[in-house]
Design a protein around this ligand. Structure first.
Ligand code: KIV
Ligand code: ZN
Length: 391
């Protein structure tokens, strides 16, 4: 089967960094940009150059450093923003300016106090202006998720005609249902002209927990770029998570899509972002959470010990995790206890295991988790525990 390439556009350093408390300094941004490049990200959105002198310098430094990925800078549909973005990107091997404006009735009425026609004129002017500086121009239609499809298509057509190379369709408020978002992308793919050399991109926020599903539906319906962040960080409930999208496409080859991401680097990259931004990863976070490959109930543990695939769809090594873990709690069974004891070099007979398991349950009922210390205690006192049990 011929696989279609999906470009991964990472906005951890721009949309992700907008999160309060996640601000990065220039050195941290460069460290993460290099990691994203190693990960195989196609486009790195490095920042919003006009937003502050610090961000301008960071984008400039990243543009100078990164050679393999396209480096992108955000701007509003404002000439000064575009000039500053172009200046920051001047030394990039592959520069991209990302510019746009709100297109929903809500944004046009309340944010811009403007009209649809005036918005279309600003799109034309800003894309044409950006085109004077760089070839690769991405247009974003902010709040596209709540924009009527007919008007969204008009806005995108103006952008294409003015020279946009990528059309970003953000579900800025995380409002859409997967099918609805997919239909929006399909509508654009069917109704725009001149799309031969233009890529449609998803950019979904996670207010309803649907960002990954919406991005995948976007791709199924014609999008060829996904905008996302590591660990799904971003404004409010966050952006689409890079690791979730990439692994969903990888786990479902029947969809016919592939990415350039070196998935073995996902775990390390996730840890680095969490560390640099001081943002903890929820333990049950898909792919990169500490519990993503941990099994604690007896039934699951027994299955995984017999054959990993009974309860795991991804081999942890594929995403850079050493191995699945068997966590011992009061819900664990004998198989898990024997497995963990064996890891410590303590082999037990069936009768010994019965005795140790009874003692284990006593301990596990008072402790949330049985760790190495308690396991060592059981292993070292195996004989006396068995003797007491056999009395
Ligand atoms: O969510 C959004 O609409 C954005 C745009 C600025 C691309 O982040
Ligand atoms: Zn966004």
């Amino acid at each position: 089967m011929n696989m279609t390439k999906i470009h991964i556009f990472d906005t951890t350093l721009r949309d992700g960094e907008q999160v309060p408390g996640c601000k990065l300094n220039q050195d941290q941004k460069i460290v993460l940009a290099k990691q994203l490049e190693s990960l195989g990200v196609d486009i790195i959105e490095a920042g919003f150059p006009i937003s502050s002198p610090g961000d301008f310098e960071s984008v400039r430094a990243i543009a100078r450093t990164i050679k393999d990925s396209t480096v992108c800078g955000l701007s509003r549909a404002v000439e000064k923003d575009i000039e500053v973005a172009a200046e920051a990107l001047k030394e990039a091997v592959r520069p991209r300016i990302h510019t746009g404006i709100g297109t929903s009735e809500n944004h046009i009425k309340y944010k811009f106090k403007s009209t649809e026609d005036k918005i279309l004129e600003r799109i034309k002017q800003s894309i044409s202006y950006a085109k004077k500086f760089v070839e690769d121009i991405e247009f974003y239609a902010e709040d596209a998720g709540r924009t009527r499809n007919e008007f969204l298509a008009r806005a995108c057509q103006v952008a294409i005609d003015a020279g946009a190379t990528v059309l970003n369709i953000p579900d800025t408020t995380g409002y859409c249902l997967p099918q609805e978002y997919g239909e929006k992308i399909a509508y654009l793919a069917a109704n725009l002209t001149g799309l031969e050399h233009v890529v449609i991109s998803t950019h979904c926020h996670n207010d309803l927990g649907l960002a990954t599903a919406n991005s995948i539906f976007g791709v199924i319906n014609g999008a060829r770029q996904i905008e996302c962040t590591i660990n799904g960080i971003g404004e409010r409930a966050g952006n689409t998570s890079l690791e979730e999208c990439v692994m969903t496409l990888k786990q479902h080859p029947e969809l016919g899509f592939e990415t350039n991401i070196r998935t073995q680097l996902l775990h390390t990259t996730s840890q680095m972002v969490s560390h640099e931004m001081g943002m903890i990863i929820q333990p049950n976070k898909a792919i990169v959470g500490s519990n993503a490959f941990a099994h604690s109930s007896g039934i699951h543990q027994d299955g995984v010990i017999k054959e990993r695939s009974t309860y795991e769809i991804i081999d942890p090594a594929e995403v850079g995790v050493d191995k699945s873990s068997i966590v011992l709690t009061a819900r664990s069974g004998r198989a898990a206890l024997a497995y963990r004891l064996k890891e410590l070099g303590c082999e037990v007979t069936k009768l010994e295991l019965d005795a140790l398991y009874a003692k284990f349950l006593e301990l596990a009922d008072v402790k949330k988790e049985i760790g190495e210390t308690e396991l060592m205690f059981l292993a070292e006192n195996k004989d006396s525990i068995y003797a007491d049990y056999a009395k």
